[in-house]
Design a protein around this ligand. Sequence first.
Ligand code: G1P
Length: 304
Amino acid sequence: MGLNGEFMKKRVTKAIFPVAGLGTRFLPATKSIPKEIMTLVDRPLIQYAIDEARAAGIKEFIFVTSRGKSALEDYFDHSPELETALRKKGKEDLLQALKTTNMDSGAIAYLRQHRPLGLGHAVWCARRLLADEPFAVILPDDVIAAETPCLQQMVEAHAETGGNMVAAMEVPSDKASAYGILDIKEDMGSVVSVKGMVEKPPMGKQPSNLAVIGRYILTPNIMNNLHRIKTGAGGEVQLTDAIAQEIEVSGNVYGFRFRGQRFDCGSKAGFLQATVAFGLAREELRDEFSQYLDEMMATQNAAQ
Ligand code: G1P
């Protein structure tokens, strides 16, 4: 059994959350709040990411932050005054909601990316917190609604393949240059093996329409690649490039077409779409909210 076969047997228990970005697309809101704290209905983006990680069996959470992100650290802390007040009022449901924001002591680590050198660099910042084990990376901007949470689907698929795996989704040709794009070696349906990966290919030059979405299960050697790698697309250290190097080394790189709907919450349109979808998914809001949307659409159509 080769190197990847050995990693295959190790469980994925650590996840890196790169949350150092400035969130300039959401200014002025992100002047004083991290974009990961922006809420879909009543839960911040980061909560969706953490819940997904927990469902996939992640036990240790590594946040790569930057200046101005302390609200994220507070969010995952206990809030004794609030908890006491809610307990006195018998608000069990709200206490339960708060509980999901708490972490076991030592389960969460924060470290800073001191300079904005790219996603690959942010992941590399966490290298000393990892042992010789596969690890996950979750980009909280990519929110995925799915019956079985996306990372859990990937952990299951990864148990079969080993190696490096990225979440993947078909995107329209004119959007491909906004993503990492896979060059497909063999298409096996939900799993594809990959013979190349290119970060943000120029318009019309993409090897396929299969894009990388922000969920990764990676082998430790990715950190060695990141250590040596030069800057790539956009003058940044790209995670895509470090994974692409593994194709030459082990040939063991896969895309995984997840079952679910992905929202690009790094864009305003995507964020609004997610708000509608998650609003409609909530039983207590569904009737009133869908009635409002119907009325809105009817008024708009009548005006046209
Ligand atoms: C990052 C990755 C890219 C991936 C995308 C998914 O890009 O570098 O490969 O396709 O996330 O959301 P970003 O959106 O940070 O520019």
